[in-house]
Design a binder for this molecule. Sequence first.
Ligand SMILES: *[C@@H]1O[C@H](CO)[C@@H](O)[C@H](O)[C@H]1NC(C)=O
Ligand SMILES: *[C@@H]1O[C@H](CO)[C@@H](O)[C@H](O)[C@H]1NC(C)=O
Length: 353
Amino acid sequence: MKICYVNFRDRNSSHFISSMLFILFLCTELAFCGTEAEAIGVCYGRLGDNLPSPVEVAAMYTSNRIGKMRIYDADQETLKAFQNTGIEVTVGVPNEKLPNIASSQDIAKQWVIDNIQPHYPTTQIKYISVGNEILPDTPYTANLFPAMKNIYSALQSMDLQNQIKVSTTIPMSVLNKSYPPSAGTFSPKITPIMQSILNFLSQTKSPFMADVYPYFAYVSDPTDISLAYALFQRQTPNEVGYKNLFDASVDALIYAMEALGHSDIPIVVAESGWPSDGNANGGANITNAKIYNNNYIKHILSGQGTPKRPNQILEAFVFALFNEDLKPGDITEKHFGLFQPTKAEVYPVNFTG
Ligand SMILES: *[C@@H]1O[C@H](CO)[C@@H](O)[C@H](O)[C@H]1NC(C)=O
Ligand SMILES: *[C@@H]1O[C@H](CO)[C@@H](O)[C@H](O)[C@H]1NC(C)=O
């Protein structure tokens, strides 16, 4: 797996063709030789009134060798712009659509007919995240699992359920306990719904999608959490065996799933990132953002996995492509971008690790 991995990332060298043939050979030999770890993903948040067109954005993904893109809806113009790019796309069912989709199989099917069917497979839609951060507690919590099932059934009726996987994206606040990672457990309040969702993901061979932000953990507790631990700069493991907060967070989630009887569900890190402005003294500055995101990408592309799942492919996305001027909430929310709306980089990022 490691060998495949290194060679996949060799595509900018003159050995590309021979590497690809070599990989082809390996992949026929090794059933677990996946193709998805070759590239990092970047979330294409579109909450800005000054952003480039989707066609320009697709060109940015291609020229920077960003292999995966996540959007938060199923914007038709965007899905069209990414057609025939080979870029794997994650689309979202917006939260406010969940009550209708949960209540009616016909509405769910119509959503897939309108939003997915016209684009697949010309646009390589890989995952549908039904809702974003619905758990642990939003007005849509009760709609989540029925909506996931209805979207799945709709895909099944078109025989697309093996190509396009249905999941949902959760924040780390679904965990009741996350330290040490081996004590990871879900909040008791959402255990029943988590159990249903995990059973579903296991049956449908779909991943669980999580937003993992060491930045927020660090700013909420800078006395107990060191900046070096949050920025992947710690050299030696801590007393529970972790060198960085990212791995500790992902593993806490894996342990929580295990506690509900599921040790086989892959995690996709649907968002992670660091703001470059908005709280400079608290660590939200360009220096730290550049260090975090470059180290994060390198960590993901190294293929080392986490201590709980060593050497396993971890698909992951950086949040976000652009600074988004209309993003609500804390000022830092507007400064997670790797690029300005002008397409100028906020700081240099190496997307190939
Ligand atoms: C974790 O769950 C227990 C109940 O099992 C509760 O007493 C405790 O407050 C919870 N902790 C958090 C951080 O939610
Ligand atoms: C960025 O924040 C860190 C604290 O997290 C601080 O030590 C550093 O001086 C800041 N850098 C700039 C350029 O503001």
